[in-house]
Design a protein around this ligand. Structure first.
Ligand code: GAL
Length: 427
């Protein structure tokens, strides 16, 4: 083949590629803003990407690092204000209503009706996904927050017979782990991680009812009472068991310390399990899960959901709308619910899915959720956007992290400060 022919062939091959790329593009793309950037969580998000690509659409990954999502929310606000929203973003609980009120979300009732979401989802969860009676978001999972993750091998080496079930046992285990040279509690000193532990202590010391009085009813007496003082005293004590090198550390870096045997325990939501799974570790063998000490029978939770945005006129094409609808449809299909949640550490959000392919922690979680639902001990997490607005949550984060960083702060005053900050933020 001479040079001219070779060139002609190369050119026609290149134009074929362009055409194929255009064809792929013309089927539509869906851009998702989320904060699943740890190894295990990125693997989970990839499940969605693959299923969308299988349907011929393009997945635009807009992952913003930062556990708990504060950084992602900042990016999202900037994008929305400048008229360039993504197709979907990880927004939860009452915040969905806030975005709805701004007129920025779009209805996906067509997908919901065609796929019977009203019968597939528990009614209370379906309600959260609606604004003004219309579905504007799709839920992906249920994450339990009040968990304790342990490395049984490390506990054994330190002479701790079993995962602690009470706060007293937690302190005793912490003493033994420290004495044996381990980090007792892997913990990153970031406000949302501090607040995860604070919330666990509220549940442990005040129970589900006390938690609801505080973070749903904003009851002053609950914040100023002696039990709240106990919570702050316990928080200060737990700090003495936390990773001394944990300042500013990401949660997954801390999980890694439990996985590699440097630390014995971590108090964290069940996305922590995604890190264990991602490196092939097995529940009940390499690691164990137990309720946050003293919170047996209580189930605090968050529901990851993707809210759908009205697209800018440039992006509002039939193809992109079809891609968004495809994302919404896939999210509640059994295949996605099973594989995604196995990777993510959470449990499925749709009713009646077969739990036998899941590990023992997920099975325990599903059982505990059902029991807590019956007993009225489900606690929508404050730290993870289920019971308060972002402003109120931010006020709690500030009080908790200031308390954690000031060794002279008075535990008897912290509850009062929290109440005042919440009141100011809620106005
Ligand atoms: C939560 C979210 C989880 C996980 C975690 C750590 O808010 O629900 O999916 O990403 O933050 O970033």
């Amino acid at each position: 083949m001479n040079l001219v022919n070779r060139l002609a062939l190369a050119v026609s091959f290149a134009s074929l590629c362009t055409l194929t790329a255009q064809a792929a593009e013309s089927k539509g793309s869906v851009e998702v803003v989320h904060y699943w950037t740890s190894g295990g969580e990125a693997k989970s998000a990839d499940v969605l990407k693959q299923l969308i690509e299988k349907d011929g659409f393009t997945w635009q990954n807009s992952a913003v690092a930062g556990g708990g999502g504060a950084a992602a929310m900042t990016v999202l606000k900037t994008r929305a204000v400048s008229g360039n929203p993504p197709s979907a973003a990880q927004i939860k609980g009452p915040d969905i209503q806030e975005w709805g009120k701004l007129g920025l979300l779009t209805s996906i009732d067509n997908v919901a009706q065609a796929n019977h979401w009203d019968t597939l989802l528990p009614p209370s969860i379906a309600e959260l996904m609606k604004f003004d009676g219309h579905y504007v978001a799709v839920p992906l999972n249920i994450h339990r927050i009040n968990w304790l993750w342990t490395n049984p091998d490390v506990l054994r080496k330190a002479g701790v017979a079993h995962a602690p079930t009470t706060l007293e046992e937690l302190y005793a285990a912490g003493d033994k782990l420290k004495a044996a040279g381990f980090i007792a509690i892997a913990h990153g000193g970031q406000p949302w991680q501090d607040t995860t532990v604070f919330e666990g202590l509220v549940l442990s010391i005040l129970g589900a009812d006390g938690f609801k009085k505080a973070f749903i009813d904003n009851d002053e007496a609950t914040f100023t009472g002696p039990k709240m003082t106990e919570v702050f005293v316990a928080l200060r004590k737990l700090k003495t068991y936390m990773d001394p090198n944990g300042a500013g550390q990401d949660w997954n870096m801390e999980t890694a310390k439990v996985i590699n045997g440097q630390a014995g325990m971590q108090l964290m939501g069940d996305w922590a399990k995604s890190e264990w799974s991602a490196v092939g570790k097995k529940a009940g063998v390499d690691y164990e899960c137990a309720p946050f000490p003293g919170t047996q029978g209580i189930y605090s939770y968050t529901i990851d959901s993707l809210a759908m945005f009205k697209l800018s006129s440039k992006n509002d094409t039939p193809g992109n709308n079809a891609a968004r609808d495809d994302l919404a449809k896939i999210a509640l299909e059994p295949q996605f619910q099973t594989v995604f949640n196995q990777n993510k550490g959470s449990i499925p959000v749709i009713k009646g899915l077969d739990m036998s392919p899941f590990d023992s922690c997920a099975q325990a979680s599903a059982k505990d959720f059902a029991e807590a639902e019956k007993a009225g001990t489900l606690a929508p997490s404050m730290a993870f956007n289920m019971s308060t607005s972002q402003a109120v949550q931010g006020a709690v984060f500030d009080v908790v992290s200031n308390f954690m960083s000031n060794k002279d702060a008075d535990p008897a005053k912290a509850g009062k400060q929290m109440f005042a900050s919440i009141k100011a933020a809620a106005q």
